[in-house]
Each structure stands twice: as C-alpha cells, then as structure tokens.
Design a binder for this molecule. Structure first.
Ligand SMILES: Cc1cc2nc3c(=O)[nH]c(=O)nc-3n(C[C@H](O)[C@H](O)[C@H](O)COP(=O)(O)OP(=O)(O)OC[C@H]3O[C@@H](n4cnc5c(N)ncnc54)[C@H](O)[C@@H]3O)c2cc1C
Length: 352
C-alpha cells in the first residue's frame, strides 16, 4: 500500500492494528511474534473485513486508465489457438462473453476453474485439518491480547473485529459430521474448553447454519504455466491458514508477475513460456519453504481431536518466551515474507 502511494487512505478504513501476536496456550498467554521492529513502513498487521479490503483495491485500480473490473463474471472456458491459450469465455448475469488476452493469469484461488480447464493438476501435501468459521459477540470487558488459543490438541483463532469475535476453530479434516452428531451443546462446550470466557455467549450459536466449513488444502503445481497462461496465488499453490501468510504470498506473486512481465505486455512483445517460467522460478522457493512450515505446524498442533490433553509449552514457544528478540523472526516471516517483492512498475503504468 505504501509503495503504491495508498497507505494513508487505506488506513482510514476501520481496522484493528496488531503489533504483537500472542497465543494463549493451556491458559498461559505467551508471545509469538513482535512486529514493532520490522524494517517496513507499517510495523503492525491491520485486520479488516475482506470486503472492505477488496472494495478499496478495486476503487484504487479503477483510477488506472487501462483497468477494467467485471463483477459477477465467472470464467467458464478457455480459448485456445494452436495450443496457445488466447483468452477465456465467461458468464455474466445477462450474457456469455469472450475475453481475448495476450496472457491469461489464473488467480482464481484454490479451487481454480481456469487451472482445471487447462488440464493442470496439483500435487497435494495432505492437510489433516479444516476450519469452522463463526462469530461470537465481543464484550467491553474482553481482553483482546491473544490471536490464537491452544488447549491440549485443540486450537482456535480469535480475530478482534471490534463488535464481535471472528473465530476460526481448527477441526480434524472431515470432522464436522462427527461434531454435528454430538450436537450443538457439545460443540458449545468444545468452544468453552478453548476459551472459558465465552461461556456467557456460546448460546448465540443456535444453528449449524451459523458455522461455516472452510476446507483447507496445501498443494502446488509442478509447472505454473502453459503457453498463454500463468497460474499465481492459490491457483498455483494453495496455502493453509497457518501463519496467516497466504494472502501475502498471493500478492507477492502478483507483484513479481507485474515486475517481470508488465513491460513486455505494454510494448506488445510476445510473452513466451520462458518469461512465464521466470515468475515461477522467482516465487517457488518462498512458497515451498512456507508450505513445508505449514505442514510441520499441522502435524503438531490444531488437530482438533475431542480429547483435551494438557501438555507443557512446546520448545519453540519456550524459546520465544525466554529470548524476546527471537520473536522478530516469526514477525518477519508473517509480516514481510521470505522473499519480499517491491513494486517496480508504478511509473510505467501511470504513463501508459
Ligand atoms: C480457512 C482458511 C483461512 C485462511 N486464513 C488466512 C489468513 O488469515 N491470512 C492469510 O494470509 N491467508 C489465509 N488463508 C490462505 C488464503 O486464503 C489464500 O492463500 C489466499 O486467499 C490466496 O489468494 P488468491 O488471490 O490466490 O485466491 P483467493 O483469495 O481464493 O481469490 C480467488 C478469487 O477468484 C474468484 N474466482 C474463483 N473462481 C472464479 C472463476 N471461475 N471466475 C472468476 N473468478 C473466480 C473467487 O471468487 C475469489 O475472489 C486461509 C485459507 C483458508 C483455507
């Protein structure tokens, strides 16, 4: 946002700023990441609803003369000419349309239609968890010092949204049916075991309709491209919620794509597969390191089994407690990433 020149306007949107990440592990509040010393403009994470973030980006993008956003338009097919992808077909509320393109970029997430239509298959790492997404009211006396709550082998993320808590309850993969069979009362008790202060409001959950299942995957494509097509973000490599870095990686993929390809596209030069491969080469190793880290985390915490067994603090957490400087390391991975990307195309687009 800072590099694009939008930061001041962006921070006018309602948000919660978090400069230290704590977790509550077996009722002990313990520091995980300290963002206050990050070598970047904003030394905090800004939490805001996704729609505010996306609407803001769309409004800013509309200021670019060559930008066009088609809302409620679903890519449904690929146009292929002599083995090269040259566009997509799409469905709008009123018509079927065709969009021709020098380059199609599939940024349509972990269930990517475009990737599937191109016959590209992901290698799955296998994740043992899913997430249940629900809201509970927030009260003036609540302390919002912690982002994650772990008890035994259960885990829940609690994001302070001002008026309410946005909760992400980690459960075993395909475990929702088992929870449903045990009933809402047992589920409410499950939540209270993780966060005892919720006891006075878990009754707000009166129907499973209030509990959304978000399926989690970790996977990646071997080749992110085909002639005329490049996959980025989750379409190329689905990230799990662990560490809250999937959005960063997707945005960094987009910046790297622009840095490496925009000038060629602007001057009407042909983009060949070796150009597309340069994007994969640049972004692949940070993605792989983070996916391995996420898989490691999933093996150890958040399996969400119904038995709660008390354990002492894990060794890495003990180290973070005793050596506060170490908290800068997770802060860097979360806040900046392993291979930060910087916008190099701003002037080119302004003058186009
Ligand atoms: C439960 C869960 C929680 C997570 N929590 C976090 C977190 O807190 N922080 C974090 O950084 N990451 C988190 N992640 C990971 C993060 O969501 C992804 O890594 C990130 O959103 C990927 O961004 P993306 O733009 O590639 O895909 P997405 O964010 O999935 O965006 C894809 C877009 O494409 C659109 N689309 C799909 N199909 C079509 C089509 N056929 N035509 C047109 N448009 C289409 C979709 O509507 C969507 O707008 C979480 C993941 C999961 C599963």
């Amino acid at each position: 946002m800072y590099e694009l020149g939008f930061l001041d306007e962006f921070l006018k949107l309602p948000h919660q700023a978090l400069n230290k990440i704590n977790a509550c592990i077996n009722e002990t509040i313990t520091p995980i990441a300290d963002l206050t010393a990050l070598p970047t403009q904003c030394k905090f994470i800004a939490f805001m609803p996704q729609w505010d973030f996306l609407n803001f980006i769309a409004e800013q993008a509309k200021k670019y003369p060559s930008f066009q956003l088609c809302m409620a338009t679903e890519a449904t097919g690929l146009v292929e000419t002599n083995g090269v992808i040259t566009g997509v077909t799409a469905k709008t509320a009123t018509a079927d349309i065709t969009v021709s393109a020098d380059l199609v970029i599939a940024a349509d997430g972990r269930f990517s239609t475009v990737r599937d239509l191109a016959g590209m298959h992901v290698t799955d790492k296998g994740v043992p968890i899913d997430v249940l997404w629900l809201r509970l009211s927030k009260q003036a006396t609540d302390v919002s010092a912690t982002l994650g709550r772990i008890r035994g082998n259960r885990m829940m993320i609690m994001i302070d949204r001002g008026q309410y808590w946005q909760c992400g309850v980690i459960i075993a993969k395909n475990g929702l049916n088992e929870l449903k069979q045990q009933g809402l009362a047992a589920f409410r008790a499950y939540l209270v075991a993780l966060a005892p202060f919720l006891i006075d409001r878990v009754d707000e959950i009166t129907d499973w309709e209030q509990v959304k299942l978000l399926t989690v995957q970790i996977n990646h494509l071997k080749h992110w491209h085909r002639p005329g097509l490049l996959c980025i973000g989750d379409a190329a490599h689905a990230m799990s919620p662990a560490g809250g870095v999937g959005v960063n990686l997707a945005i960094q993929d987009a910046i790297a794509t622009a840095n490496l390809l925009a000038e060629k596209l602007r001057t009407d030069a042909t983009i060949n597969e070796s150009d597309l491969h340069r994007v994969q080469q640049r972004r692949e190793w940070p993605m792989r390191v983070i996916q391995n880290l996420q898989a490691f985390i999933h093996k150890r915490i958040g399996l969400g089994s119904l038995e709660t067994k008390q354990t002492s603090l894990p060794m890495p957490v003990k180290l973070l407690r005793h050596w506060p400087l170490l908290q800068r390391l997770p802060a860097r991975v979360i806040g900046i990433g392993l291979r930060p990307e910087h916008i190099q195309t701003k002037d080119a687009w302004h003058t186009s």
